[in-house]
Write a protein that binds this ligand. Structure first.
Ligand code: FMN
Length: 221
């Protein structure tokens, strides 16, 4: 698979089969992803790859927690600014509309939206997941390094015939994740990522993108 194909075929898959992901495949991907760039080569990512019984346990605990309506863990970072200025607010609304209408859920049906959201903590059925942490003393440039690293992982997963879904939703139940992976206290959970083989019986609309003129400018002769 060439890089364009990997980039174009990567999307956030929200329906996986239970086919296990071989451990050697996960190890090959993680070994290759270590070559991601980072400012001054700090390599600020701290990754826990979770499969098997520990992942089953985590999913059960997290889904039960959310289904019971337990409060979220107090936030260690804001996922989004409280008020999203234009054009970000419009883009988020368009995404929500597209996602929930594809599930046949009306925008004002809060309960149905919550039920759909719960699938996050079941990893959308995926048999593998990773959890990406960063030291709380590191700053914005190092958080940006995490993004490059995670995209590298997602593209390598495509090369292995696998799909993924990055999920900040896991940060809302970070203490449950910590109960399973036992990270040192200096680490902050940025996000989880579900990993597995796509359930091709589930259909998804491709999430669109803003027109390029909104996000890219060429300054040239
Ligand atoms: C850092 C990050 C966190 C995300 N968190 C979630 C999440 O918690 N749940 C979810 O279903 N999708 C999540 N997504 C997926 C985005 O919704 C998705 O990337 C975006 O809508 C574009 O769609 P695409 O990935 O299918 O191209 C996240 C993506 C990123 C990069």
């Amino acid at each position: 698979m060439d890089v364009y194909e990997a980039v174009e075929s990567r999307r956030s898959v929200r329906g996986f089969t239970d086919e296990p992901v071989p451990q050697e495949v996960l190890e090959r991907v993680m070994a290759a992803a270590a070559w991601s760039p980072s400012g001054a080569n700090l390599q600020p990512w701290q990754i826990y790859v979770v499969t098997g019984t520990p992942l089953k346990e985590l999913k059960t605990l997290a889904v039960e927690r959310v289904a019971h309506g337990d409060p979220w863990d107090e936030r260690e970072f804001e996922m989004y600014p409280p008020v999203l200025k234009s054009p970000y607010g419009e883009r988020r609304s368009a995404f929500g509309k597209e996602r929930y209408s594809s599930l046949g859920i009306a925008r004002e049906d809060w309960e149905a939206r919550q039920r759909a959201a719960i699938a996050n903590w079941d990893c959308f059925g995926a048999p593998a997941a990773l959890f990406c942490y960063i030291d709380r003393e590191l700053g914005r440039p190092q958080w940006a390094d995490l993004g490059m690293y995670l995209q590298t992982v997602m593209l390598l997963l495509r090369a292995e015939g696998l799909h993924s879904c990055p999920q900040m939703a896991w940060s809302q139940v970070r203490k449950t994740v910590a109960d399973i992976v036992s990270p040192p206290t200096e680490l902050v959970l940025f996000c989880g990522m579900s990993i597995g083989y796509e359930d091709t019986t589930v259909s998804y609309p491709r999430t669109g993108r803003a027109p390029l003129y909104e996000t890219v400018a060429y300054v040239t002769d």
